[in-house]
Design a protein around this ligand. Structure first.
Ligand SMILES: [Zn+2]
Length: 424
């Protein structure tokens, strides 16, 4: 019998509306009552002054294995997750080859099982993420996927998307969608507005996202099946989601830290670490997204951790790949901006959006400190001020715009199944 005893932390467990100072016990990898066997091996950790939260979950990451393991492997990505306070991550299927079949998913899951955090996998909605022919959901569910998505791409044909949502419903699968209308966005690489005009760069208009969010609302309602809109960047999308959710439509949305920490004018130095898809937008969008988080319209936080090698990012802006790393900075940024600076959310709400909300969306057996739950715990110092140094990152890639950014709030210890996998 192995026992971990966390002493006198502030336990915040939103799923059980629990917020109190108490001891927490993990016995043989599961949350447990105080054990009766004093003879067993007991490891103690002083958690006084710290928050004891359910292990954080990031529902949107790109680990590049198989195919591009020079950017990230399942093992290195897991270490970056642990260093950010995450005990579970959900990988997107746009690997090489694409995770659109049971064989590739089984291969990923076998390797993922040896990583230091829990890695859940998704399958593609369409074969080769080409937007045309549906992937075999039944076989992929049997192989262990938790959702389907063509992330990085977006199905343009609404009939194909409708069939996908109907087919997914048969397996109780949530459809995750990267919302981008190709005809409106075209070659756009940054928010269409004053700065795209000044810099002479092709614009990616808000409407390119909003039209697909509206499409997804219609389809979720028609099919009575959940669709989750990934990385919302436009204030207009928030209004659409708010109205639909009020009517009871099974539609949801998530937010990445860069979309509330940075604006489109960051691209004035032509630094590709500010090039993401969907793009950084304006202060007005940030206000609307934060209002959407505050009223629960948007209820999941994630990173869209997208590692790329320096030689790939350090090229002309229009040919550089989209995306940034994010696992090690996201908790600090959200805690700093949402809790400390804007006072828009309580720490309890931020933890809820990183734990039970993604667990419910994806039917994961995680995200709570209920008795018998997996012993995944994150210790948090919500007031610790620290500075991110990308050179010390656990990720194989360093493409972060938050190098030397100061933040208030940090995960200081990550515990998976009762074992510490990372500590500050
Ligand atoms: Zn995406």
């Amino acid at each position: 019998m192995k026992i971990l005893h966390l002493i006198k932390g502030r336990i915040i467990d939103p799923a059980n509306t629990r917020d109190e100072t108490a001891d927490l016990w993990i016995v043989d990898g599961k949350i447990a009552e105080k054990p009766q066997r004093p003879d067993a091996e007991v490891e103690t950790i002083d958690a006084s002054g710290l928050v004891v939260a359910p292990g954080l979950i990031d529902g949107h990451v790109h680990f590049r294995e198989p195919g591009q393991s020079h950017k990230e492997t399942l093992a290195s990505g897991a270490r970056a997750a642990a260093a950010g306070g995450f005990t579970s991550v959900v990988c997107m299927p746009n690997t090489t080859p694409v995770a659109d079949n049971a064989g590739t998913i089984t291969l990923i899951r076998e390797k993922a099982a040896r990583a230091c955090v829990n890695i859940f996998t998704t399958g593609a909605i369409t074969k080769n993420i080409a937007g045309e022919e549906l992937a075999p959901y039944g076989a992929m569910v049997d192989a262990g996927i938790v959702a389907i998505t063509d992330d990085g791409h977006c199905i343009q044909n609404h009939e194909v998307m409708r069939r996908a949502v109907e087919y997914a419903r048969m397996f109780n699968l949530t459809v995750l969608d990267h919302c981008q209308d190709y005809s409106l966005v075209g070659p756009g690489i940054m928010h269409e507005g004053e700065w795209s005009l000044r810099l002479g760069l092709p614009g990616w208009p808000r409407m390119g996202e909003e039209l697909i969010v509206a499409r997804n609302i219609q389809l979720a309602e028609l099919c009575d099946s959940p669709i989750h809109c990934q990385h919302i960047s436009s204030g207009g999308s928030v209004a659409l989601l708010r109205e639909a959710r009020a009517r009871g439509v099974k539609i949801s949305g998530e937010v990445c830290p860069h979309h509330i920490a940075l604006t489109d004018n960051c691209l004035r130095g032509f630094d590709s670490n500010f090039k993401m898809n969907p793009p950084l937008r304006t202060a007005e969008d940030i206000d609307l997204i934060i209002a959407g988080l505050a009223d629960g319209t948007l209820d999941i936080l994630c990173s869209d951790h997208a590692p790329h090698a320096a030689y790939e990012k350090e090229v002309e802006l229009d040919v550089a790949p989209f995306g940034i790393t994010g696992l090690e900075t996201e908790f600090g940024l959200f805690c700093d901006i949402l809790v400390h600076q804007r006072k828009a959310l309580t720490l309890n709400k931020v933890i809820e959006m990183f734990t039970i909300n993604p667990a419910r969306l994806l039917s994961l057996d995680r995200g709570t400190l209920s008795l018998g739950a997996p012993g995944d715990v994150t210790l948090i110092d919500p007031n610790q001020e620290w500075t991110f140094d990308k050179e010390k990152s656990e990720s194989l890639s360093k493409n972060s715009p938050f190098h030397e950014t100061k933040m208030k709030g940090r995960a200081v210890r990550t515990i998976v199944g009762g074992e510490t996998v990372w500590a500050a």
